[in-house]
Design a protein around this ligand. Sequence first.
Ligand code: SF4
Ligand code: SF4
Length: 100
Amino acid sequence: MPAKGSIVVNELYCKGCELCVSACPQHVIGLADHLTHKGYHPAHLLRDGCTGCDICAIVCPEAAITVFREIVSRKKIEPAIVAISPIPQTSKAITPGFLN
Ligand code: SF4
Ligand code: SF4
């Protein structure tokens, strides 16, 4: 089963350059119809299908994208949602037990 992911775009930083749109291998990012306070159409998720691969966050020149990925532990059954970008401020944010 492919990993399940999601993104959050910080519209304060997004300039609508579409680099993330072009880079997404799942083709699930597009530009929204509305404008930001700076006058840009911000990126957003169009539909399900994000795998949390992090490529969009890596290519974004404004560091405007945070990627979340659902990870199922090998030791535990419970899934966990972790932020994988930008780099979390503390290691606790990405080590809820299953990575130990
Ligand atoms: S994390 Fe990967 S699959 Fe999800 S929106 Fe970004 S580039 Fe696309
Ligand atoms: S790459 Fe970054 S700045 Fe460009 S459209 Fe995507 S989120 Fe916005």
